[in-house]
Design a binder for this molecule. Structure first.
Ligand code: RB5
Length: 146
C-alpha cells in the first residue's frame, strides 16, 4: 500500500519511527511532513497529506501533531477526506470499519510509540464494513456539495 505521512515539529521522531514501522510491514511511505525541530504550522502538512490521498497519489494517510486534532481538522477541509483522530487500536479499527477513514491521526503528546504502532496496525488490518455505513458516508460527502 502507498501511504502518505505528515507531521509537525512535535512529531518528527514519532513520524520517523512510524515511517520505518510501515516500511518494515512492506508499505511504501511518502513523507510530506517536516523533519525539522523548528516550530512550524500543522495545517500545511494536513493539507499536503489530504491532497495526496484525495488525489489518489496515496491509498491512505497518517498524520501526527501534538494531539492529532489540528492536523486532522486541516486535512478534513480537503474534499473527500475523512481523517479520524485515534487514541487507541479500538478507535483505529472502528474508524476504518464504520467511517472508512482514509487518514488516521494521533498525537505525539498523547500516545507513546507502542500505542502509535498499534493504532497504525489496527487501522491497516481493518476493513470497511459497508452496508448501512455507506449511506452515512454518502451523507457526509453530501454536506461538501452544499
Ligand atoms: C503545536 O504546538 C500544537 O499546537 C500542534 O502540534 C497540535 O497539537 C495542534 O492541534
Amino acid at each position: 500500500m502507498k501511504i502518505a505521512i505528515g507531521n509537525d515539529h512535535t512529531a518528527v521522531e514519532m513520524k520517523l519511527e512510524i515511517q520505518k514501522f510501515l516500511e518494515d510491514l512492506g508499505h511504501e511511505v511518502v513523507n510530506y511532513g517536516t523533519d525539522a525541530a523548528e516550530s512550524c504550522n500543522y495545517p500545511i502538512y494536513g493539507e499536503k497529506v489530504g491532497l495526496a490521498v484525495a488525489g489518489g497519489e496515496a491509498d491512505c494517510g497518517v498524520l501526527i501533531c501534538g494531539t492529532g486534532v489540528g492536523i486532522s481538522i486541516a486535512a478534513n477541509k480537503v474534499k473527500g477526506i475523512r481523517a479520524a483522530v485515534c487514541t487507541d487500536a479500538t478507535m483505529a479499527r472502528l474508524v476504518k470499519e464504520h467511517n472508512d477513514a482514509n487518514i488516521i491521526a494521533f498525537g505525539a503528546r498523547i500516545v507513546g510509540i507502542e500505542v502509535a504502532k498499534d493504532i497504525v496496525k489496527a487501522y491497516l488490518d481493518a476493513e470497511f464494513m459497508g452496508g448501512r455505513h455507506v449511506r452515512r458516508i454518502e451523507m457526509i460527502h453530501e454536506i461538501e456539495t452544499r
